[in-house]
Design a protein around this ligand. Structure first.
Ligand SMILES: *[C@@H]1O[C@H](CO)[C@@H](O)[C@H](O)[C@H]1NC(C)=O
Ligand SMILES: *[C@@H]1O[C@H](CO)[C@@H](O)[C@H](O)[C@H]1NC(C)=O
Length: 455
């Protein structure tokens, strides 16, 4: 190769790759070898228990689950339900639910007396998540977070560390600045409906070796690295934690997780990470902005336990000033359905280590070309296979079905075509589903629900 071309390629690579270089700390070998301390005996036991329930949460036939979600969206689009819902319902007031998850609860004017009904609404891989359903309602009254070992009753940290199911609501609007990561115990719902709850300017939420978590209707932003310390994680245990890395929500070895109608931006590390054999996760109706590395599903090419990872991304809006990783996946199975990808700088969906990615009915709007120095940077490709030769990735199953591509966006498919799926009932659909995304995601992010009215 002529030297000048070599140099040119080198600079081109630099221009394209530089932003990837600040890879998530979790992805470095150094982190796993040196910084991740050995778990103490308590967490060792928790991890063994978690492995068992994560394995049970795994669906041996992921296409069945993703097909079911697709079929119910098709019904909303093709049937009269959407129009009926848009016109309002007998309960009084207008109900604007535009997708099958929302349609399950938003039209009920008594949603506030019926909060636990929400737990029946989840679809996709997180479909068996019940959160705190069946447990008492716990009302957070105190936004402070001063006592990490012995949290004050009335605080969010007190609520999430109780043993047993709890449905957590908030007495009034509040800004909660977490002094250290908020370590959740199993069987909890954080339900911000009806008030404005901001978790911001401090540590983020940690979902480690637990199951059954719903996080709904809150805003999470400006999450920062915190140094760690002694932190309570359940009624019966507290322990020493090292540095938290600044994720908004960190899912670690956990299953049956549903994140819905959450608005997130500007966290130090990822907005949402799911790693270490986590599975049965649905992330829906959420709005993401102002962030570089949005979602990391699987942190390390050696973590083969992530093969059981199954995640649904549905009706989310990936919005302004996002750069990459929506998501970046390893191993596992990701169903991206009816999301609105309006902004990315580098790529939207990427990965390594043979993840399966089914992209269905999304809208992808390619970014404008831009000049970086003398180079024209074109990032209209939706997909990115990281550090892998085409001879290898050509067998990974990355399929795009009924996606809509605007502004020259394009998806490079690979692997076997999809066959025998329920969603091939295409005759039910009057238009390409991708073109409905604007409507399906119109209410992505935190909702303003008023007690006594449909939301
Ligand atoms: C998918 O839907 C069908 C029909 O409603 C149901 O019988 C089946 O159990 C569902 N599959 C899963 C995995 O939930
Ligand atoms: C992002 O968050 C950091 C704190 O983690 C803050 O210093 C910075 O101002 C925030 N940026 C924006 C654009 O809000």
């Amino acid at each position: 190769m002529p030297r000048s071309l070599n140099i040119f390629l080198f600079f081109l690579c630099l221009a394209v790759i530089t932003p990837t270089m600040n890879a998530s700390e979790l992805e470095t070998e150094k982190f796993w070898k040196e910084e991740r301390p050995e778990f103490d005996q308590y967490w060792e036991e928790r991890s063994v228990e978690a492995k068992e329930f994560n394995q049970k949460a795994y669906f041996p036939d992921p296409f069945e689950v993703s097909g079911n979600l697709t079929a119910s969206i098709t019904e909303v689009i093709a049937g009269k339900n959407l129009r009926r819902n848009l016109r309002g319902n007998k309960g009084g007031g207008q109900c604007l639910a535009t997708n099958p998850i929302d349609r399950c609860w938003r039209c009920d004017p008594n949603w506030a007396d019926n909060r636990q009904k929400l737990a029946d609404c989840v679809q996709g891989f997180g479909r068996n998540t019940r959160g705190g359903k069946g447990g008492p309602i716990y009302v957070v009254t105190d936004p402070s977070d001063d006592e990490l070992m012995d949290p004050k009753p009335g605080t969010l940290r007190y609520a999430v560390t109780r043993n047993g199911p709890l449905w957590i609501t908030f007495a009034h609007n509040m800004l909660i600045t977490l002094q250290q990561e908020l370590i959740m115990n199993s069987d909890k719902t954080i339900d911000g409906r009806g008030v404005d709850v901001y978790i911001a300017n401090g540590a983020g939420i940690t979902v480690q070796f637990v199951k059954n978590i719903i996080i709904h209707g809150i805003k999470i932003y400006n999450i920062q690295v915190r140094e760690g310390g002694t932190i309570r994680d359940s009624e019966t245990h507290y322990g020493l934690r090292t540095r938290s890395d600044g994720d908004g929500i960190s899912i670690f070895g956990s299953s049956n997780i549903w994140i819905d109608h959450v608005s997130m931006k500007n966290c130090t590390d990822g907005l949402i990470d799911a790693i270490m054999g986590s599975t049965a996760i649905t992330i829906s109706n959420s709005h993401f902005t102002d962030h570089n590395e949005v979602m990391l599903f699987g942190a390390n090419d050696n973590h083969k336990e992530d093969k059981i990872m199954q995640i649904t991304l549905a009706f989310n809006h990936f919005g302004k000033r996002l750069v990459q990783r929506m998501p970046r996946a390893r191993f596992g199975f990701v169903h991206c359905v009816n999301n609105d990808y309006t902004h990315w700088e580098m790529y939207a969906i990427g990965g390594s280590s043979n993840p399966t990615i089914i992209s269905e009915g999304n809208r992808f709007i390619g970014p404008e070309n831009k000049m970086v120095g003398k180079d024209l940077i074109n990032s209209k490709e939706v997909t990115k296979r990281e550090y892998t030769d085409e001879s290898i990735w050509k067998s990974w199953q990355w399929r795009s079905i009924n996606d809509e591509f605007l502004s020259d966006a394009y998806f490079i498919q690979s692997g076997p075509e999809l066959k025998d799926r329920p969603f091939s009932r295409q005759d039910m659909i009057t238009a390409k589903p991708g073109s409905y995304v604007g409507r399906l995601t119109r209410f992505a992010g935190n909702l303003q629900c008023i007690v006594g009215k449909p939301c």
